[in-house]
Ligand binder design. Structure first.
Ligand SMILES: [Fe+2]
Ligand SMILES: [Fe+2]
Length: 221
């Protein structure tokens, strides 16, 4: 079937349980939120990217589904989560009756979303990377502590707003961050996010777009 919707995925109790387990695993090691909120964010942004670039309705829906499922492998462990996530996704999508061609697209996006050194293998993968790697937000930080935090946590904590703007005409994909520079200075963003920005650049390039970074309305990339 080529009509499995995001809503069927979101309402599947098996998926909900696995994503909640993934988040609990991350909470146990003190890492930022990686559960239903992150799944929804990635799904939404991935769909928006393809929508702004005039992909078909079905492509947009597949990007939303892949975005929602992309971190489901964290329910088992995090080091090979992309690979295990692809296999878990296959079992779920098989059960729901999705066609093998679409399952392959989603498995491939889930299985390769962490591959930083390669150009994404499809528009679905590129859209998922753009959703996943732009989810920087203070609400992902779990601790109430405000001192003694590592840089990664502080970068998230400082981020009050993040928005990914796709301009098909100008061929740009811009990440617009609003941050509190009292919590981290701009230099620290680059220390932590340089690798991530390179990943985002490659994903934008898949669509023949330039990746641009704005922090507090200043253009950095
Ligand atoms: Fe991931
Ligand atoms: Fe993720």
């Amino acid at each position: 079937m080529d009509n499995i919707t995001l809503s069927a995925i979101v309402n599947d109790p098996y998926i909900k349980t696995y994503l909640e387990a993934a988040d609990k695993n991350f909470a146990a090691i003190g890492y930022k939120e990686h559960g239903l909120r992150h799944a929804k964010f990635t799904s939404k942004v991935a769909g928006n990217v393809l929508s702004h670039l005039n992909y078909s309705k079905r492509d947009i829906e597949l990007a939303r589904i892949a975005g929602y499922l992309h971190d489901i492998g964290n329910s088992i462990e995090r080091h090979q989560q992309a690979l295990s996530g692809a296999i878990i996704a296959k079992r779920i999508l098989d059960r729901l009756g999705m066609s093998y061609n679409e399952i392959l697209m989603i498995m491939s996006a889930v299985g390769s979303h962490e591959e930083k050194d390669m150009i994404p293998n499809s528009h679905i993968t590129a859209a998922v990377i753009l959703g996943d790697k732009t989810d920087v937000h203070h609400s992902r930080v779990r601790t109430e502590k405000r001192t003694g935090l590592d840089k990664h946590t502080r970068v998230n904590l400082a981020c009050k707003n993040s928005f990914l703007r796709v301009n098909a005409k100008e061929k740009t994909v811009s990440l617009e961050l609003t941050t509190d520079t009292e919590i981290v200075d701009i230099g620290e963003y680059f220390e932590i996010f340089l690798e991530r920005m390179m990943h985002l650049k490659k994903a934008a390039r898949y669509f023949d777009c330039m990746f641009v970074l704005y922090i507090n309305k200043n253009k950095f990339l």
